[in-house]
Design a protein around this ligand. Sequence first.
Ligand SMILES: Nc1ncnc2c1ncn2[C@@H]1O[C@H](COP(=O)(O)OP(=O)(O)O)[C@@H](O)[C@H]1O
Ligand SMILES: [Mg+2]
Length: 203
Amino acid sequence: MVEVVTVEGVGFRYAGVPVLRAMSLGVESASTLVVVGANGSGKSTFLHLLAGVETPTEGCVHRREGARVALLPQRTQGIDALPLTVAECVAIGRFSPGRLLRRLGRTDRAAVTGMMERLDLAHLARRRLRELSGGQRQRTLIAQTLVQDADVYVLDEPTAALDTRSRHRVHELLAERSRGGAAVVLASHDTAEASLADHTLQL
Ligand SMILES: Nc1ncnc2c1ncn2[C@@H]1O[C@H](COP(=O)(O)OP(=O)(O)O)[C@@H](O)[C@H]1O
Ligand SMILES: [Mg+2]
């Protein structure tokens, strides 16, 4: 098994208040890690440390050189301020750092269209994000995350607002990503969702 992210002796405090302590684990390619725990147990904090948007107070998080991380945070309100359509929002996932100014090619457009179909968004392609229901909006952001070519997909409670059918579709897509060789890390407070996991981390 190839470790794509290694967590070594990690601790994290917000303004001195400890949230995570002495954590060590490896995130493996081609596998799914589900992080479970009650509200406030530190799931989001842990995912932010994995993705590199927070820095540990102790220890270190090492990402394999060149590893591409796709993160879907739990809180995404900020994006509603942008006048993006669903199709534009999903297409953002095909731009990568360093290639922001290139035009999307045929493969990118096919990936965007295919992902919108898989998540039942095709009929909403021209709607603005702020004109969507909570579940439609969440599916759009999941599509933006999963349309990326990443080595690690980190999703924070992605299915919390979804109906059973949509949840099932998301689970299928995640399973495909991990079968395709990516590492998938998912936070969930739903213990049933832990059945997707090759590994479970209880916080
Ligand atoms: N920005 C912040 N500043 C201070 N405390 C925070 C901040 N974000 C989260 N916390 C606290 O850290 C703990 C873990 O939060 P979080 O990682 O969001 O947990 P979870 O995702 O499992 O619900 C909680 O007690 C929360 O109140
Ligand atoms: Mg959280």
